[in-house]
Design a binder for this molecule. Structure first.
Ligand SMILES: Nc1ncnc2c1ncn2[C@@H]1O[C@H](COP(=O)(O)OP(=O)(O)O)[C@@H](O)[C@H]1O
Ligand SMILES: [Mg+2]
Length: 417
């Protein structure tokens, strides 16, 4: 079963495509990886990779070519020694084809179905920048996938906070949808209307009666007096994970001031104080990345010494995973804890720190990683990803299946109930 990992950002120009390409190539050393261009209308993968493309999403949508056959390998120009056979990408169509570029429902459903059944271990999605349905439909409901920030574009944190809010609200809307089992526990009032009215008011940024989800919880706590529902919402919030990487990184202080702190503040003001964000690493600001990108060469491919890209011995990876286990002690759920729900409460209650803890983790990482170049940076982020996928519960990171309808999403959300 593939793990779907969406990459998104509050604004364009943060390096999302550059990150997604190099990250997906790095991941492919550990399993078949397909990178998908969902930033329709920009042809960004096509323009960033010097490859011969036979089939793209146009052929999938219009010519009935199966999605697996629309995958393009790196090919002889970028990978002359065939060192990266497990990497492939799916390009978006050239030019503008309205029903595809704007994801008319039929095409959206087809695509989701196709992505869900791609033959790969990792499916990385290069999404559009900003917030709209072409982004929201491809984000998991239990975590954000990977958000990319850069200290060079600090205002992207505000839209990123809106992406988080919209994702979390999507989850709550599903939980409170008509056929939700949550109503089996409630009787008397029209709770469907009540909950959805409250969500409307919080989501309406212009209505300040309920500025964020904490206000909703307080209202339900006092007014509706439904402790089960309240605790359900609380855990939906508490279990929701936000992951980000810092691109064009130039030191802890600048990133903390321009990105991490304002992002955390914005989230607690507009969404809730109880959210957990986690840094997965950073990518140095390096002119070589820029220079190679302009030549349509992924910077992580070491063209001079192609063997270097996968010469790392496996046991080194196991050592690093052990180190990461230390870093993550107490953060989030492990596979074992998912099977035993009582332990989850204990583990997460003990780790309810936010900004301070976040900055501390960043400093700890910086101590061990600061001197390293961008190749090492990508390797580190890849290891963090593998750690999350292999050792944490499935809902912690990315998604294993994108839902098309509320009913499908409800199934996914209630899986652990
Ligand atoms: N770590 C980095 N160091 C230097 N330049 C970078 C880095 N990451 C991205 N860039 C450059 O920034 C520009 C925008 O990157 P791109 O990936 O197209 O952004 P996005 O997909 O977010 O719009 C590109 O010219 C790219 O080469
Ligand atoms: Mg892009």
């Amino acid at each position: 079963m593939a793990r779907i990992i969406p990459v998104s950002s509050g604004k364009g120009g943060v390096g999302k495509t550059t990150f997604a390409i190099n990250y997906a190539i790095s991941l492919s050393k550990y399993g078949r990886t397909v990178l998908v261009d969902l930033d329709m209308g920009t042809s960004s993968l096509r323009n960033s990779l010097d490859c011969e493309i036979q089939h793209d999403l146009y052929h999938f949508f219009k010519k009935n070519v199966p999605l697996d056959r629309c995958v393009t390998p790196l090919g002889p120009r970028l990978d002359p020694h065939n060192k990266l056979p497990l990497f492939g990408f799916i390009a978006s169509p050239m030019g503008m084809i309205d029903e595809i570029t704007n994801f008319h429902e039929k095409y959206r459903d087809l695509l989701i179905e196709g992505l869900n059944s791609l033959k790969a271990s990792y499916v990385v999605l290069d999404l559009k920048a900003g917030l709209d349905n072409r982004v929201l439909d491809f984000l998991p409901h239990t975590n954000t996938g990977i958000l990319v920030f850069t200290p060079h574009l600090p205002s992207a944190v505000y839209t990123a906070a809106e992406i988080v809010k919209a994702t979390l609200f999507k989850k709550l809307r599903v939980i409170f949808s008509r056929n939700s089992p949550i109503y089996k526990r409630l009787s008397g009032l029209d709770y469907y209307k009540l909950f959805n009215d409250l969500l409307d008011r919080i989501e309406d940024t212009y209505d300040q009666t309920f500025p964020n989800l904490d206000a909703l919880v307080a209202e339900l706590d006092g007014g509706v007096n439904q402790p089960k529902v309240v605790s359900f919402i609380r855990s939906a919030i508490k279990d929701f994970k936000i992951y980000y990487v810092l691109n064009r990184f130039n030191g802890i202080r600048e990133s903390a001031e321009s990105v991490v702190t304002p992002f955390a503040k914005r989230l607690s003001e507009t969404v809730t104080e109880g959210l957990r964000m986690m840094n997965l690493g950073w990518v140095m600001d390096d002119d070589e990345i820029n220079r190679l990108t302009a030549q349509r060469i992924p910077a992580i491919l070491d063209r001079v010494q192609p063997a270097r890209t996968d010469s790392r011995p496996r046991d080194h990876v196991e050592d690093r995973l052990r180190e990461l286990r230390q870093l993550y002690v107490g953060l989030g759920k492990t596979h074992a804890q998912t099977a035993a729900p009582k332990k989850i409460e204990k583990a997460t209650a003990a780790t309810a720190g936010t900004l301070d803890e976040q900055l501390q983790v960043l400093r700890t990482m910086y101590d061990s990683e600061s001197k390293k170049g961008y190749r090492e940076n990508f390797h580190y982020i890849t290891l963090r990803t593998l750690y999350l996928i292999r050792e944490r519960a499935v809902e912690e990171f990315g998604d294993i299946r994108l839902g098309r309808t509320h009913a499908e999403m409800l199934q996914g959300i209630m899986r652990g109930e």
